[in-house]
Design a binder for this molecule. Structure first.
Ligand code: NAD
Length: 284
């Protein structure tokens, strides 16, 4: 049982984790910290948190678990703020979508206390943000990737893994490097592609007409372009190197398709579409 859980950043991800842990009977008292007082008041009203703290530093005193669920660009400052005030046995975990940058920030802030920080990333989410979007079942049947550190005691990693399992998730482990390489390809690049397509169309003089006639293909492809801009700015910059590599690979593929199209190469186009269609169906 967690006696005092502190959630820094009570939005979709932090709020859903609080609701799921409460529903699973894993936590007695939940303290929320955030930037927006209105959002925190709503979190109390919705039963997501029990108490609003004025600062992360004040909140973590007496805590046994701290979940950091702010945009990844905000993690370094939060880690620096809480570091001097963390009780000795308090574990800290995060839900950030990138891992090497968050680990580096934890290394800088926590120094000798790094073993208490178990990095994580729930592979669940939505294009909606804020506590109003939080759901107790967000993690049901979803995966959570932990990227443990050499400094972590196995019991600390297992404790965080058990909490995510209590939220309904399956837990996998990999290195922070592998995490950032994989998610650049399967998450960060698709978001960039969706933002780019919608931005291009929205900037055209006939944008209203295009959007009026856009159908389910456009809806499916661009759903994630409605995601939180600040969060995605931070993710893109945090994983810049891997993302640039994926962007180059995608541009090369598009160039190849462009060449086939320009030459009217039906067989070449169909071969690519065949391979992609088969791979996508196999993945389902
Ligand atoms: P969100 O916008 O719903 O919630 C973030 C909360 O953090 C907001 O309440 C905001 O007010 C607060 N906040 C922002 N900066 C802060 C600061 N400096 N100090 C204190 N509070 C601050 O976003 P979210 O979708 O819950 O994302 C939170 C984290 O989870 C991010 O690191 C994101 O990369 C990660 N994540 C998101 C998804 C997703 O699909 N949304 C999935 C997995 C992981």
């Amino acid at each position: 049982m967690i006696e005092r859980l502190v959630v820094v950043g009570v939005g979709l991800i932090g709020g859903s984790c609080a609701l799921a842990l409460r529903r699973a009977g894993q936590v007695r008292h939940i303290v929320g910290v955030g930037r927006s007082r209105d959002n925190l008041r709503e979190a109390v009203k919705l039963g997501v948190i029990d108490e609003i703290a004025d600062s992360a530093a004040a909140a973590v005193r007496g805590a046994d678990l701290v979940l950091l669920a702010v945009p990844v660009g905000a993690m370094p400052a939060v880690l620096r703020e809480i570091a001097p005030h963390l009780p000795k046995d308090c574990l800290v975990t995060d839900a950030g979508s990138t891992k090497q940058d968050v680990v580096a920030a934890a290394r800088a802030a926590l120094a000798g206390g790094l073993g208490r920080f178990v990095p994580g990333h729930p592979i669940a989410g939505a294009e909606n943000s804020g506590v109003a979007a939080a759901r107790a079942d967000l993690y049901q049947g979803r995966q959570v990737v932990l990227t443990p550190l050499a400094e972590n005691a196995p019991a600390a990693v297992e404790r965080i893994a058990a909490l995510w399992r209590a939220c309904g998730a399956e837990v996998a482990q990999m290195s922070a490097e592998a995490h950032d390489r994989i998610f650049a390809a399967v998450s960060h690049l698709p978001h960039l592609a969706a933002f780019a397509l919608v931005d291009d169309l929205a900037g055209r003089s006939e944008a209203d007409t295009y959007f009026r006639y856009a159908g389910s293909g456009f809806r499916d492809f661009t759903r994630i372009a409605g995601s939180h801009p600040e969060m995605w700015r931070d993710i893109a910059l945090a994983n810049r190197e891997a993302l640039l590599g994926e962007l180059d690979a995608y541009i090369a593929e598009l160039e190849q398709i462009r060449g086939l199209l320009a030459r009217g190469d039906a067989a070449g186009l169909e071969a690519i579409f065949q391979r992609a269609s088969r791979a996508r169906k196999d993945w389902n």
